[in-house]
Design a protein around this ligand. Sequence first.
Ligand code: DLZ
Length: 155
Amino acid sequence: MSGAGAPQITVDGTGLRITVVAASWHTEVMDGLLAGARRALAAANVMHVKEIRVPGSFELPVAAARAAERGTDAVIALGVVIRGGTPHFEYVCSAATTGLTDVSVRTGVPVGFGVLTCDDEQQALDRAGLPGSREDKGAEAVEAAIATVVALRDL
Ligand code: DLZ
């Protein structure tokens, strides 16, 4: 998937409570995702932000589920999974993706999907929102989640 075609989203998150759940693998890339998420939350005027860390992306869904059940308005899930030489990559990506989708659909709480699933570290760095990165997936996940909270108000 390329980032071509991504929408320009302007969001106002005034008054929202947002929980960021972030995995701990691949520190440099994760630091970029977290910084991008924080920038986007500040730009959207979100004042109530809780951040929690879990070990790996496999653990993101259970943390997202707990946050959703405790009354957050949206969850931002951040993870970095880089393909290795075994099928483990597929299992972790699948568990994170399916699990986070399940949380959002089951609870009605939007989940911003900021989980990078990359063939190598360079692909991840290109998307991390760091100086020199082409894309900022942490910020995109925040903007998508807030835009979804706002869209759901009209239903
Ligand atoms: C085990 C593992 C591996 C090999 N790679 C990654 C990765 O690239 N990114 C990530 O977020 N987590 C990885 N993990 C850890 C799993 O997500 C999980 O934390 C462990 O399997 C323990 O449940």
